[in-house]
Unconditional design. Structure first.
Length: 377
């Protein structure tokens, strides 16, 4: 059988294509770090922290071992601990809630808004108790949560806000980049993310020097910053290694361009899916932008559509098929799915289509054509 562009499978992400374009530079950087014999907390991390902070428009960046670690460090650094409650969304990856539990605090769910699938500020207010210490919004799929409303609630009730930015590199809310609006942001550099390491890595961002200093200690077993063997808190070994920092520095130089390429592909999807019974991602207002970690539609007969795409060699994914309150690990905690109707609908309808910077107009058109064919349009 001849392989034409019309039959080549379209993956959800295409790490291979992106890696090939910068492989030589990455290989040289890896060798340079290995030969330097400085494998943790060295010049690559220091430089990446400065460069990433500058690009995200924040004063401080503290690198760490993963997005999950970043969340836990950020929560701890903002003073969240045993006895506290943290209000978050149930429509997210489990690290959002497990990081809260790992601090000794309890997570409390507020339902999402049906359009953006982010935590609904109106639902947050209803969940505030005397124990509430923080709000943890997730900028899901790279669409910014309603940070204006969230920060107002936080101010009124004296709460901390920790942004889960695992999917929102360079997404903007009202002209401000996510990760610098709340008291702290937590980024993931998991390989498939908009900025991905060649392994696990993450970072905490903040404009608050106290939070930054606490994060520096927490990622490094709780060490005092000026004394090698004195400890100001109990942290853990959560550092990012120098090899990953060197790789991320190379990729960071491409992030703006890659993000623009994602946004262009998203526009093509928007146009190609017009008139179909699917709901495309909400449009952004002036001063807002999305990072398009994934391009997620709400689709009737979602599972059948996914099967149809698969049969045509087109990958898709469901983020997330099961809300966190329905996860086996949280059974017995007294959650009721009926209390989160918007989340329930999203788990039944959300479908993420192929999205990566190098996705071609032709590939987007092929995906749209197959969706049109599925709905008989
Ligand atoms: C919303 C969200 N939060 C947190 C994380 C955790 O990041 P990591 O896998 O780097 O620990 C992820 C990663 O998939 C995520 O998507």
């Amino acid at each position: 059988m001849t392989t034409t562009t019309a039959t080549i499978p379209i993956p959800l992400f295409n790490l291979k294509q992106q890696h090939a374009a910068i492989q030589k530079e990455i290989n040289e950087a890896v060798v340079r770090v290995l030969e330097s014999m400085q494998w943790i907390l060295g010049p690559e991390n220091a430089a990446f922290e400065k460069e990433f902070a500058a690009m995200m428009g924040v004063k401080y960046c503290v690198t760490c071992s993963s997005g999950a670690a970043a969340l836990q460090i950020a929560l701890n650094a903002c003073g969240v601990g045993p006895g506290d409650e943290v209000i978050t969304t149930p429509f997210t990856f489990i690290a959002t809630t497990s990081s809260i539990t790992l601090t000794g605090a309890k997570f409390v769910f507020a339902d999402i808004d049906p359009a953006a699938c982010n935590i609904d500020p109106k639902q947050i207010e209803k969940k505030i108790t005397k124990k509430t210490k923080a709000i943890l919004p997730v900028h899901l799929y790279g669409y910014p949560a309603d940070m204006g409303a969230i920060m107002e609630i936080a101010k009124k009730h004296n709460l901390k806000v920790i942004e889960d930015c695992a999917q929102s590199h360079l997404a903007e809310y009202n002209g401000r980049m996510t990760g610098g609006i709340g008291h702290a942001g937590a980024f993931s550099f998991y390989p498939s993310k908009n900025l991905g390491a060649c392994g696990d890595a993450g970072a905490v961002t903040t404009n608050d020097e106290t939070v930054a200093k606490a994060a520096l200690s927490l990622r490094h077993c709780g060490r005092m910053l000026d004394k090698a063997y004195e400890y100001c808190c109990e942290g853990s070994t959560l550092r990012m290694d120098e090899v990953q920092a060197a790789i991320l520095r190379i990729k960071l130089r491409h992030l703006k361009n890659w993000t623009e390429m994602r946004r262009k592909a998203a526009k093509l999807y928007d146009a190609g899916l017009k008139g179909l019974p699917v709901t495309t991602p909400p449009a952004t207002k002036a001063g807002w932008s999305q990072s398009f970690y994934v391009y997620t539609i709400k689709a009737p007969r979602r599972d059948e559509l996914a099967a149809h795409l698969k049969s045509r060699g087109i990958a898709s994914a469901i983020y997330y098929p099961l809300a966190l309150y329905s996860q086996p690990v949280y059974k017995g905690m007294g959650f009721h799915a009926a209390d989160y109707p918007n989340t329930e609908r999203a788990t039944a309808e959300a479908l993420s289509l192929p999205m990566f910077p190098e996705l071609s107009a032709e590939q987007v058109e092929r995906v749209c054509r197959e969706i049109r064919a599925f709905y008989g349009k």
